[in-house]
Design a protein around this ligand. Structure first.
Ligand code: AHN
Ligand code: ZN
Length: 330
């Protein structure tokens, strides 16, 4: 009886306090947190965008596939509400040939001041110069992983971002003519010239908008192989250590440290190098490196005719897409 009485008294006291408490700020009120809803990344959809690029055939300069795929990429970005700029340009290749290139830029949330640059190359290599069969050394490759995978992930990011407006603006750049470097068995293939990343060299010196600025950038290259590993690439650590920390720590917090080991990779002459050097935008490269691989420390089928859809794993596309989206919405 006594216990029941105490209970009722206690309950009444609590009820009495109820209104009181709503008026005053309780001492232990948590600091309000911004609630960010990160759009979900659909790996099936990313996979489809990779397959659709590959279906055009090798996207090498001067080909019909190049024209058709450029139109496809611009149309895709537009359909996701991005403001699209196509940048046609010419660059001289290692062999003296003048190549026609097309960079494609999609601006999401174009009026936002703070911007993030996301990039990938969309061309595919004209030479399978690392194929075990020398007969294939002058054949163009599908570039399902080397090229199309990064683009597929970024297209899916553009699609997914329609569901929640980000605080930042995002510019997605698809660079052309990344992979027209000299074949391994060509003469003077080590002449020290800047023969890779021709499209990013052009864009970094001639951005699509005057005085273009971005807080930072993330490049994706070869992000579709099964069990891919993305150790910290050398130029990324040199030019953009704070962005490396942001991205690799986010991956770790999402439980993906097996894909994103915090170990030192090698230096790769890739599109981010020119964005860092010429545009002054700190940009990191998420690139599959495998120091145990016999193939130049890249993925097994790098610059071989086996870099086709069979070499693509949805799970890897999904991990990379999820990490990049989480960084953007953070
Ligand atoms: C070099 O091998 C010097 N650069 C490689 C950049 C690359 C090629 N990324 C994809 N394909
Ligand atoms: Zn390549």
């Amino acid at each position: 009886m006594k216990r029941i009485f105490i209970f009722i008294l206690f309950a009444a006291l609590l009820a009495g306090c109820g209104n009181e408490q709503k008026k005053s700020v309780p001492a232990e009120n948590p600091i309000p947190q911004k609630q960010v809803v990160i759009p979900s990344f659909n790996a099936d959809s990313a996979y489809r965008y990779v397959a659709e690029q590959v279906a055009f055939g090798p996207r090498v300069p001067g080909s019909e596939a190049q024209q058709k795929c450029a139109a496809y990429l611009a149309e895709k970005l537009r359909s996701f509400g991005a403001e699209v700029t196509t940048q046609e340009f010419q660059m001289r290749a290692y062999n003296g040939n003048v190549l026609d290139g097309i960079n494609i830029i999609g601006a999401i949330n174009p009026e936002a001041n703070r911007r993030i640059l996301l990039g990938a190359h969309w061309d595919s290599r004209p030479y399978a110069d690392h194929d075990p069969d020398p007969e294939n050394h002058r054949k163009p490759i599908d570039g399902a992983n080397d090229g199309a995978s990064g683009v597929g992930v970024l297209l899916e990011i553009a699609r997914a971002m329609q569901s929640t407006t980000a605080e930042v603006g995002v510019d997605i750049v698809f660079f052309d003519l990344e992979d027209y470097g000299p074949p391994e068995d060509a003469q003077n293939n080590q002449d020290g010239g800047d023969h890779w990343g021709l499209g990013s060299q052009y864009w970094a010196k001639n951005p699509h908008v005057y005085d273009y600025r971005a807080a930072y950038g993330i490049l994706l290259d070869m992000v579709g192989a099964p069990d891919a590993v993305f150790p910290i690439e050398g130029f990324s650590a040199y030019y953009a250590p704070h962005i490396v920390r942001k991205v690799w720590n986010k991956a770790q917090s999402l439980g993906y440290d097996n894909y994103f080991p915090q170990t030192q990779g090698t230096y790769v002459n890739d599109d981010h190098l020119y964005v860092n050097k010429y545009a002054g935008i700190p940009m990191v490269n998420i690139i599959h490196q495998d120091v145990t691989s016999s193939n130049n420390a890249f993925f097994e089928y790098w610059h071989t005719v086996k870099d086709n859809m069979d070499a693509i794993d949805k799970a890897t596309l999904g991990v990379v897409g999820e990490v990049v989206l989480a960084v953007v919405y953070d």
